[in-house]
Design a protein around this ligand. Structure first.
Ligand SMILES: NC(=O)c1ccc[n+]([C@@H]2O[C@H](COP(=O)([O-])OP(=O)(O)OC[C@H]3O[C@@H](n4cnc5c(N)ncnc54)[C@H](OP(=O)(O)O)[C@@H]3O)[C@@H](O)[C@H]2O)c1
Length: 306
């Protein structure tokens, strides 16, 4: 499907599960979308378009422009690579080419925002979180499997107008979008559920239902460790609320770190477990269970590489 281009320009760095989903919806909604990818994926999308398969939004193809690097300013550049790909991928978005555009990362984790603020004007870097389940099933083909798609974006009084402009574009596509004022709380709230779930499902090699039944004490202890580190970081986490969310996810729910492990792909272990250990050390918080899980998973991934 060809979509009318408008004057709102969005670049998407990394057209995978999250990036491909956002790029497809924004392109269908009429934004002028440029997908930034490696040679092969850029060529595949230029040739066959970007296909989204979604029960909520339908199955459709769009034809965004593609490039391997940003050449002209955009209004917003969405950063949707995985944590371990971030450093290298940013070469495709030179700060000098971005103009006054927003840089909006959707990565899970706590540390990518600082990295981005070292590269781009700090007030233009506007972190977001996304609650969704999507997977890139082939270059340029994304499957959206959750009934929900919810985005939070942190804004400040200084950038509210430009952030709201992007939020309105995304909202128009049918995604639930909220503007948040406290960036640290927004990132920690997502992290407080995700990190325990990702670490335990990956460690147990099992879905959320099995982890809840077999590792109940670890679920409680890990949520408590994450909350203690968040507290040392100045953010109050409602532990009982996180546990309620953990208990409410479908039994069959798997995390992407667990799926990456099963598929032999690199894990975002450092961005989740590693970041938690570093924040714990900074706040002088003891996190013995986190440490054991991270060490076990590190040993497992290095054994798999040998
Ligand atoms: N998927 C989800 O349901 C979900 C939900 C919430 C949050 N998240 C978070 O969102 C982030 C992205 O996850 P994802 O699942 O979307 O990952 P993904 O499906 O693996 O997508 C990553 C994309 O980045 C591209 N890429 C890798 N290195 C690149 C480079 N150097 N230059 C340009 N593009 C590059 C990949 O290209 P190729 O296509 O060529 O491989 C791929 O399209 C992660 O932090 C994840 O934790 C994911």
């Amino acid at each position: 499907m060809n979509t009318p281009a408008t004057d709102y320009r969005v670049a998407v760095l990394g057209p995978g599960g999250v990036g491909g989903f956002l790029a497809a919806l924004l392109a269908r909604g009429g934004s002028s979308v440029l997908v930034l990818a490696g040679d092969e994926t850029a060529r595949a999308i230029a040739r066959s378009g970007l296909r989204l398969e979604s029960a909520r939004y339908g199955t459709f193809e769009t034809t965004p422009r593609t490039a391997t690097g940003l050449e002209h300013p955009v209004d917003a550049c969405l950063i949707t690579v995985k944590a371990m790909q971030l450093h290298e991928a940013l070469d495709r978005v030179p700060a000098g080419k971005l103009g006054h555009g927003l840089v909006i990362p959707f990565l899970n984790g706590l540390e990518h925002v600082e990295l981005l603020r070292d590269v781009y004007p700090p007030d233009r870097v506007v972190p977001a979180t996304i609650r969704i389940e999507t997977a890139r099933v082939a270059p340029g083909v994304v499957r959206h499997t959750s009934p929900f798609a919810a985005v939070d974006i942190a804004s400040t009084p200084g950038n509210r107008e430009t952030v709201e402009e992007f939020a309105a574009r995304l909202r128009d596509t049918g995604v639930d979008v909220r503007l948040r004022e406290d960036e640290a709380t927004m990132l920690w709230e997502k992290f407080a559920l995700l990190a325990p779930m990702a670490l335990l499902t990956t460690h147990e090699r099992a879905n959320a239902g099995v982890v809840r039944a077999k590792r109940r004490q670890d679920v409680l202890a890990l949520i408590a460790e994450v909350a203690a580190v968040a507290r040392a970081d100045g953010v109050a986490i409602d532990e009982a609320g996180v546990l309620r969310l953990f208990d409410a996810v479908p039994e069959s729910m798997e995390t992407s770190m667990q799926r990456d492990q099963a598929a032999g792909r690199p894990l975002e272990l450092d961005a989740l477990g590693g970041a938690l250990l570093r924040r714990a050390a900074r706040g002088r918080v003891e996190v013995p269970l986190t440490r054991r899980l991270v060490e076990d998973l590190q040993a497992r991934t290095s054994a798999a590489r040998r």
